[in-house]
Design a protein around this ligand. Structure first.
Ligand SMILES: [Zn+2]
Ligand SMILES: [Zn+2]
Length: 391
């Protein structure tokens, strides 16, 4: 078996991992590089037989719908099958229909898989496992072929709402792993105390109660966060969102294929905000789910500053790239409350101990060497992009 990380050995995002046997070749994730600048153009992934030349790949599997894992799907040659999680596909189709018709069409024809249900591509056996991340329907993959077993983590965390599941998941569905290909996003980020998703939701609920007109800035596809805010909404508040956000939530409720106490219609009012606020909302107040666009920022400025509360619930790194957002947060009553979608370094060590692989290959990190320093007793292999690693 061969492993080639085409991109992602020394960067966060833009990942693409090839696993091949003598007869079968698959790719795990085909992501765009992450860029924060306004007019950023991601660098295309170029893989012979996958994005150019004669088609020579049996399948591309997507771990979750974040752009840094699926953005380059549109570059995949048209006769190569694509595999995406059932709910992930339904959600990813919504923004791509508006913004990226090529990606939309590629996703539309994609095959789907669901958690725990093994499928095979050629002589490679794949078991997708639902894990916790800031995207709904995120997966790890157990990949087995030629007598070897690889666990590819995608993006994950242990401090989300499903934090108690990981031990059971590894014990019951992962088994003995030869090679762990793991994300290491937080290895290069300075971390203070990490707050859990449950703590974030508690904090947001108390801050929501404090204001009359509350605006929550949150990624529209951070489903656990949004569903949690909706579920915990105080009785005297109504939750407003735009048509786009409502379509995403309706799709999640309709497409979730397992029992969930979170991904369902909650017993609190959720109303589509069509632009103007009816008198009753102006009188009694509301909680509005918004994005960090100039349109929304200008809208907030129509309200009396003392009545407004802003909850910024995204990665704080974005603020410095958005002048009008920074100014708004600096001048209006604002509260920053967010929990990362990525496993903390200490939880990563716990996770590695649970999986106990023979070899670890870090990916999706700016600092793979840090893992080597922390886990000097473990067998860690730091690859370069496009290096061929024979298993
Ligand atoms: Zn990622
Ligand atoms: Zn992600």
């Amino acid at each position: 078996m061969k492993i080639i990380i085409h991109r992602g050995t020394h960067q966060i995002g833009g990942s693409a991992v090839e696993i091949s046997t003598k007869t079968t070749r698959i790719i795990l994730d085909m992501g765009d590089e992450l860029g924060l600048e306004k007019y950023y153009m991601p660098c295309p992934l170029v893989i012979d037989g996958v994005t150019e030349g004669t088609s020579n790949c049996d399948g591309v599997l997507i771990s979750h719908y974040h752009g840094d894992h699926l953005g380059q799907l549109k570059a995949v040659l048209s006769d190569i099958p694509i595999y995406v999680g059932t709910l992930s596909k339904a959600i990813a189709l919504i923004p791509s229909e508006h913004k990226d018709s090529q990606l939309y069409l590629r996703l539309l024809g994609a095959n789907t898989f669901s958690g725990g249900n093994v499928f095979t591509i050629g002589d490679i056996r794949i078991r997708p496992l639902v894990i916790d991340h800031s995207a709904a329907d995120s997966y790890m993959f157990v990949v087995e072929a030629e007598g070897k077993s690889i666990l590819y983590t995608g993006d994950f965390r242990l401090h989300g709402l499903r934090l108690h599941c990981i031990e059971k998941l590894i014990k019951n569905y992962v088994g003995t792993i030869d090679i762990l290909i793991t994300e290491g996003t937080t290895l290069s980020r300075n971390q203070g105390r990490t707050i859990s998703e449950a703590e974030v939701l508690d904090d947001i609920t108390s801050y929501v109660s404090d204001g009359k007109y509350v605006f929550v800035m949150c990624a529209s596809t951070n489903i656990d966060r949004i569903m949690g805010i909706w579920q915990n909404l105080p009785d005297d508040k109504v939750l407003l969102c735009d048509r786009y956000q409502k379509t995403i939530l309706d799709t999640v409720i309709k497409s979730t294929y397992y029992d969930s106490r979170l991904y369902k219609w909650h017993d609190k009012p959720l109303v589509v905000d069509s632009g103007a606020y009816p008198q009753s909302y102006m009188r009694d107040g509301f909680v509005s789910l918004i994005r960090c666009t100039d349109t929304y920022i200008n809208k907030i400025k129509f309200f009396n500053r003392d009545d407004v509360r802003i909850i910024y619930s995204m990665w704080t790194g974005y603020i410095k790239y958005n002048e009008s957002l920074k100014e708004l947060i600096d001048t209006y009553p604002s509260y920053i409350c967010h929990s990362s979608g990525h496993v903390t370094t200490s939880d990563l060590i716990t996770f590695i101990d649970l999986v106990n692989p023979d070899l670890i290959i870090p990916i999706h990190t700016n600092s793979p060497e840090r893992l080597e320093r922390i886990l000097h007793h473990r067998n860690i292999r730091i690859l370069s992009d496009k290096e061929v690693f024979e298993v």
